[in-house]
Design a protein around this ligand. Structure first.
Ligand SMILES: Nc1ncnc2c1ncn2[C@@H]1O[C@H](COP(=O)(O)OP(=O)(O)O)[C@@H](O)[C@H]1O
Ligand code: SF4
Ligand SMILES: [Mg+2]
Length: 335
């Protein structure tokens, strides 16, 4: 049997807050194959980061809970592992690159020390060998004078350089999967391009990537497959070309029409109403608060195509063929 690298099946994550229970992730399923870059896209607040944190079991306890579902990594449910087993998975088999490199690097220790300690946590080798491995990874992510940078503190490096150090740290244990949560949002455009080049290169090291972003332009540039999330649920999934050439969910169409970067030129299909695929058209309205999602389709309030059925009934994901799925009553098999 061909085991998938990662298979998320029906996970639901809740948080207990002062205002009530928040369902941040609702019955989410998708998979990642080996050597694949999967994009998880959606506006802010749709549940992307919570999904990512669930994979690594980093949901803040005790008020956050994974209520249902399973997360199979090579067929093994990560939700069944104890803390010690989970620590082995983190960093070694699955590692994460955060939006703010500063938040993941300790300001108190040099880059070299942090990298060496991380390697020694997972590998039974000498400190000197660990030092050499760390330095070689700084070189691979194109940090100049890697030998000298090993002695630098994070504050002595630029934001772009810190992000490269994070990427080197994510790669140096040669994980099977890297989760990159908006890895370039805090960076300027030139550095962004360099980081994406690096992310693309990660595939050379046989690493699969879950790339989280709110930007469809980034998805076009980087990803093999796309999972679109809206207000805690997956609303569309498919390979990149299908998503861009025949998006099936009104939310995906809205995201495609609001691609912010003019430097990116994916083939946007003409939007309905014959607007000729114009860009930079923000989707009207906002993602609703997780405390009061509409009782039917979560996109109901903002959807230009909504009709009565959408008000009270939640659309399920249906298969359109070729791994393309959507959760909208307008999809052809649903009508
Ligand atoms: N620690 C938390 N406590 C309470 N609610 C949270 C917490 N983390 C996230 N949420 C809520 O879960 C929803 C999804 O958040 P998140 O996954 O961070 O969105 P995204 O990464 O797509 O911007 C949001 O409504 C957010 O307010
Ligand atoms: S189910 Fe209805 S409200 Fe939801 S996206 Fe489809 S048409 Fe719009
Ligand atoms: Mg996020």
């Amino acid at each position: 049997m061909d085991l998938k690298l990662l298979e998320i099946n029906n996970i639901t994550v809740t948080f207990e807050t002062d205002e009530g229970i928040v369902k941040a992730v609702d019955d989410v399923s998708f998979h990642i194959d080996r050597n694949e870059i999967v994009g998880l896209v959606g506006e802010s607040g749709c549940g992307k980061s919570v999904t990512a944190l669930s994979i690594l079991r980093l949901i803040p306890l005790p008020y956050g809970r994974i209520e249902t579902g399973e997360i199979l990594f090579y067929g093994k449910n990560l939700l069944d592992l104890n803390h010690k087993e989970m620590r082995k998975i983190r960093g070694r088999a699955i590692s994460m690159i955060f939006q703010e490199p500063g938040s993941a690097l300790s300001p108190l220790h040099t880059i070299g020390r942090q990298m060496v300690e991380t390697i020694l946590l997972h590998k039974n080798i000498t400190r000197k060998d660990a030092w050499n491995i760390a330095e070689s990874w700084l070189e691979k992510v194109k940090i100049s004078d890697p030998g000298e940078r090993m002695f630098a503190y994070p504050y002595q490096l630029s934001g772009g350089m810190q992000q490269r150090v994070m990427i080197a740290m994510a790669l140096m244990l040669e994980p099977d999967l890297i989760i990159a949560d908006e890895p370039t949002t805090a960076l300027d455009v030139t550095i962004q391009a360099q980081v994406f080049e690096l992310v693309r290169e990660m595939k050379r090291f046989n690493t699969s990537i879950l790339l989280i972003t709110h930007d469809m332009g980034v998805i076009w540039e980087m990803c093999d497959r796309v999972v679109v999330m809206y207000a805690s649920r997956v609303v569309e999934e498919g390979n990149r070309d299908d998503i861009f050439s025949k998006p099936a969910h009104p939310y995906t169409i809205g995201l495609l029409e609001s691609i912010p970067k003019l430097s990116v030129t994916p083939p946007i299909p003409p939007s309905r109403g014959d607007k000729g695929g114009c860009r930079l058209k923000a989707i009207p309205g906002q993602v609703p608060s997780a405390l009061n999602y509409p009782s039917g389709c979560h996109f109901f309030d903002r959807c230009p195509d909504a009709f009565d059925r959408c008000r009270d009934e939640k659309p399920k994901l249906i298969d359109l063929g070729n791994g393309h799925k959507t959760a909208c009553f307008l999809a052809k098999n649903e009508l």
